[in-house]
Design a protein around this ligand. Structure first.
Ligand code: PGA
Length: 266
């Protein structure tokens, strides 16, 4: 069984003070069940805004929570006003970075080619890229979802090798399901996850495709988490709205623990 990853994408929410309160709160809530978490089977990651990374890292040290950023620039240093490098992310304890989120594509004109550069730079710096792909509503209605996803993956993973693929995570995030309260049905999502695995298998190897962690993102909440996670090819979540409220984030983690522990008993 592949590891289940639960990743919270806070987006542009919580200042430094709110981060301190919130991270302490989730750690306290996790105390009840932290012994049930098998670290080889479940990973928990939070992705606060850049300015909160340092303080979040200080608080999560020694816990089961890991740190990720929501974006990065593709060069190491220089005259790029306003940008953040991978070296900087590493220095504040980040192990993951979200790349190619649809909000970055939509509002900041990020292209597949730029995301490809960011993925390469992330791998060179030994961080784990969480690469987002997904179709818009009109693309789904036109029936071209698979084709759109294939094009995104081909471009974003161009120039990478099999070893690189072992170090990435892909998040399938249908654009029409992000922040809308409309999630893809578990079957719809799983179908796309299977398609992604097939594309990876064709581009690289079946072995690498089978090991790849593929997350679902788009209006994940406590109500739909169990059914989504029980699908054959859904290996966890990239959670937006429900990750910035302690109770819902914790309950999604609890659900992942239940799914993993039930699987172990089977
Ligand atoms: P949502 O966001 O859970 O609020 O839909 C998911 C995401 O954008 O990663």
């Amino acid at each position: 069984m592949r590891k289940k990853l639960i990743i919270g994408n806070w987006k542009m929410n919580k200042d430094v003070h709110e981060t301190v309160t919130f991270v302490n709160d989730i750690i306290a809530r996790m105390n009840d069940f932290k012994l049930l978490i098998d670290n080889n089977r479940i990973g928990i990651v939070i992705c606060p805004p850049f300015v909160s990374l340092f303080v979040a890292n200080e608080i999560i040290k020694g816990t089961q929570i890991k740190l990720g950023a929501q974006n990065v620039y593709h060069l190491d240093e220089g005259a790029y006003t306003g940008e953040i490098s991978l070296k900087m992310l590493k220095s504040v304890g980040c192990e993951y970075v979200i790349l190619g989120h649809s909000e970055r594509r939509q509002y900041f004109q990020e292209t597949n080619d730029l995301i490809n550069l960011k993925v390469k730079q992330t791998l060179i710096n030994n961080l784990i890229p969480i690469i987002c792909v997904g179709e818009t509503l009109s693309e789904r209605e036109l029936g071209v979802t698979d084709r759109v996803i294939t094009t995104q993956i081909n471009a974003i993973l161009s120039g990478l090798n099999e070893k690189d693929i072992e170090k990435i995570v892909i998040a399938y995030e249908p654009v029409w399901a992000i922040g809308t309260g409309k999630n893809a049905s578990p079957e719809q999502a799983n179908q796309v996850h299977i398609h992604i695995r097939n594309v990876i298998s064709t581009l690289f190897t079946l072995e690498v495709a089978e090991k790849l962690i593929i997350l679902y993102g788009g209006s994940v909440n406590v109500q739909n988490a169990n059914e989504l996670l029980s699908q054959s090819d859904i290996d966890g979540f990239l959670v937006g709205g429900a990750s910035i409220k302690g109770e819902s984030f914790i309950n999604i983690i609890r659900t992942a623990i239940e799914v993993v522990n039930n699987y172990k008993k089977m």
